[in-house]
Design a protein around this ligand. Sequence first.
Ligand code: NAD
Length: 727
Amino acid sequence: MTDFTSTTDSDGVAVITWDVPGKSMNVMSMEGFATLNALVDAALADPGVKGIVITSGKKDFAGGMDLNIIAGMRAGGAQAIFDGVMNMHGILRKIERAGMDPKTLKGGKPIAAALPGTALGIGLELPLSCHRIFAADNPKAKIGLPEIMVGIFPGAGGTTRLVRKMGAMIAAPFLLEGKLSDPKKAKAAGIVDEVVAPEELLARAKDWVLNATDADLVKPWDAKGYKMPGGAPYSAQGFMTFVGASAMVNGKTQGVYPAAKALLSAVYEGALVPFDTALKIEARQFTSVLINPSATAMIRSLFINKEALEKGANRPQVPDQKVARLGVIGAGMMGAGIAYVAANAGIGVVLIDATPEAAERGRAHSESLLDKGMKRGKVTAEKKAEVLGRITATADYAALAGCDLIVEAVFEDPKVKAEVTAKVEAVVGADCIFATNTSTLPITSLAKASQRPEQFIGIHFFSPVDKMMLVEIIRGKATGDRAVAKALDFVRQIRKTPIVVNDARFFYANRCIIPYINEGIRMLAEGVEPALVENAAKLVGMPLGPLQLVDETSIDLGVKIAKATKAAMGEAYPDGAVDEVIFWMADQGRMGRKANAGFYTYSDKGERLGLWDGLEARYPVAEAQPDLAEVQHRLLMAQVLEAVRALEEGVLTDIREGDVGAILGWGFAPWSGGPFGWLDILGAARAVEICDGLTERFGARFTAPKLLRDMAGKGQSFYPGPTAQAA
Ligand code: NAD
């Protein structure tokens, strides 16, 4: 069995069918490419073959290149990558030229692509090299080039062909943002040529092949007098496009994503030269991206490992625990969000609050989200009614009787939570799993209120629940495997990404994010220019600077957490310098965005204007400012060292969860693949050297954990690398 097979019908059309054995979605491998190449050669050489249709034996065309292969290519070195990519270009270019005379452009065999469904990445680059693209009218199909989302860019001619087909400006959202379209929108954009009824797909493609003329096979860029739509770089329009695009890309990426810059270079330089040279430039830029460790790290965390976690990489071996009926206690901000995502995924929900009115307000949150969806044309009236119909809002705990999972999201108060636990357990069945959404209280101590601590677990959502993709599952000391499996199966049902961690102060995500915020505030107190702190964070790939982040989460939450942590830690509490700043901010009434006043100032409409100038009077800016790298090292190390400590202490048991959780949970520099990915890019030895320098200047919080120091001594990395062995 091979990935591609070919049959030639009596009409003389060779149908090459892509159907990777044993997979539900086609992905391209090197062997697959070689088979395709041989079949194309055979069809072009066979005088009995009039033309070719390339299609799929599955409901979709293809999901793209096998990313495991791409992630592994770096190990082979630059020349091998470049040669491999050029080989791919050669095959696709052969399809595009289809045996025609290069001078007269006559005598080629027509080749059409027939896409039954989704066509992504190489699954679109291959059709783009064909002479005509037919897509089945399948509204669920997604068509596009999403490579940029995992830190690479379309490197099998997709970049060069799309830009030459539609112009740089119109191609920009598809290439730079990885925008995907359904077949009709893809046709409107000019990506596919025809959208046809699914049952007619093959016949229509064959029909075209049998009737195509020589002129139909010539791509615009191979024809005389070709001009790039929207203008080449050195034209009035082109100047506008490329100046704008460079500014946009740098503004969005802050220069930390190598793929976006390389893509833009490939487009710009490629537009200045003939087509075949442009392909070479594309290959060279693509090679530079694959050689950069960021690409491997991003593919690893954002694709391979994220998917592995979603599929249950760390799920205990327990029979299916899919949730049939969910109870949510507390219909506030979090509870209402949890009820919505569950109902949206088809789960019946009982949403409880102290009064029927409060419960109803929680249900109204779903209504408002569904209304927003309707306005954007994403939700139909039927769907809205269906989802709302799944939520029963009530104050009556007896309604929980048939629930098999409870998620408690009441006030962050152990006493209230204990009362709720007892009330719930009095009405639910003995098998029901009880989860708390607490963000700060230890699961093990909350479980003491439960009759069945082995069925008690933490399921920690992030706010806003409908947008944030990470769910942190926390095992208390007594939590059993079935509870973990239940939580994982629930997260899978609602299509989010889970990590499973052991119980410790602030679990994993908050444990790492709090030191980041604190380090930013410390620097402010030391006299570091606040704009330097904020920009340093963004320039190293953090979505928000630490001061902006406090404004978003609110100063009073910071004060509350600081007080509770201090009470719990006593003498060992290390963050007095930070508290001084946030307590002072609270005294000034600058509670953050919600008060329209925090470290930043805001307009009446809530737009963020700039850093508050009142900071300077209290925390004068020092004459000597640190350099950018030092500020960045402090901000990143503050987070990363917590991640390593969490691993050392067994709070994290899998670095994949540490990395995926960091990117999805708090936006940790995605270009680095996560905290462990970043340490691997630095190398353990360099990381320890940075820690030693920071410890000397700023104190023991930067002490390199033993694990890291040992790894440095042995030349190890967290993940296996081209040169280092995994620890
Ligand atoms: P919230 O104040 O918005 O909502 C709490 C709700 O619980 C209120 O509607 C309240 O009426 C209800 N409630 C209180 N006691 C109750 C009882 N005995 N029976 C039924 N309902 C009761 O709070 P929130 O922000 O949604 O947080 C809820 C929980 O989620 C807390 O444990 C919090 O730490 C945690 N959490 C919050 C966030 C966040 O960003 N806000 C993130 C993760 C976790």
